[in-house]
Design a protein around this ligand. Sequence first.
Ligand SMILES: Cc1ncc(COP(=O)(O)O)c(C=O)c1O
Length: 407
Amino acid sequence: MATETKRSVEQSWKLFGRAEEVIPMGTQTHSKAPRSSMRDVEPCYLVRGEGCRVWDLDGNEYIDFRNGLGPISLGYRYPAVDEAIRRQLDSGIVFSYSHPLEVEVAEELIKVLPCAEQVRFLKTGGEAMAATHRLARAYTGRDQILTCGYHGWINTMSKTGVPEATRATYTALPWGDKRPFEEFLQAHPGDVAAVSVACSYGDIEQGHQFLKDLRELTNQYGVVLIYDEIVMGFRLRRAGAQEYFGVTPDLAVFAKGISNGVPLSCYVGNRAVMGTVQEAVISSTFGGDTLGLAAAKAVLDVYANNDVIGTIWARGEQLHAGFNAHCRRLDVPVCFKGAAPVGQLVFDHPNSGDLFLRFNAEVLKRGLIIYSVCYTSFSHTEAIIDSSVAAMGASLEAMKNDGLFDS
Ligand SMILES: Cc1ncc(COP(=O)(O)O)c(C=O)c1O
């Protein structure tokens, strides 16, 4: 795999041309938009997956480190999950009253998520984060939310289309340092409903002190502490950052890895804050869809009976060590940073954006799909990681030989 193979992605780009006519940006998900600079190599469409492999519209095979942008924690078409979905499909998908799975999965989640006394389900991560913000406001009677990190499009205030009055109720602050949070809380005591935080990737280890500090500050000011565990849940640890760092928030959102790819999110937390759901009117027709819940139940079972987290970590560590060794051997300013299950690929170079795109192109030619954060899954084997590291090393070497790292 370290060697380049001739691949055509012609059918993919032809279909993408049609897509651009009928779908703005040609896709629903910004991070899935193909990049014109990679026209000869980037597959716009994937049509099949199995374990850690995927196939594109033109029939090319790849090892996938994007994992559907995070949700594929166990691997594509993981048998126990697929079987659970099929079984549920035979009985129906959504009903006019609740389904028992809602209770069963909530009970299982409460057993494994430290902050969860109660659980509610939705379909996407972003809407569940919006629900936690609504709950925190309803509970505290305050408007202001201090955010840290990306929480989905609904909660993104920095772009157009958001009324100024709404934007003014969100303040985005950086990861890792309690001081801006402390200063804001001191300057606006009684205004802040919640601190809402998603872990950073490259410098995640700062979370040991940072989350402890945020917990103390939010306790001191009567503010709801919310963790966005959408990526970290079922990956960093089963219960995400709250388990890894040992600091329990009031509310948290889990999505992505919870159901191995079937759309499902949940917001969980302490009884007092969760209890405001009725007055805050958080309700959705598809909140209790049974396919997502059947998948989540199967995923919880697989995690309970296998060392999924240990495997994801071990493969991630193997990937990081192997790749970083190539970077040192070639003397190029590139490395994986951060925790092994969510390693961030960092190009420490003035031309980092172009270098990252070129690296993407080079690894695609060698049969790898990567992302700025590379996710390992339970289905990546040691041998697959070895061959992937070799392909990444060969890609860097080709770039170096082309003089791309000369400054
Ligand atoms: C940390 C984090 N929070 C929230 C979201 C939004 O989740 P969704 O795309 O399911 O709305 C994402 C999506 O990538 C995310 O990475």
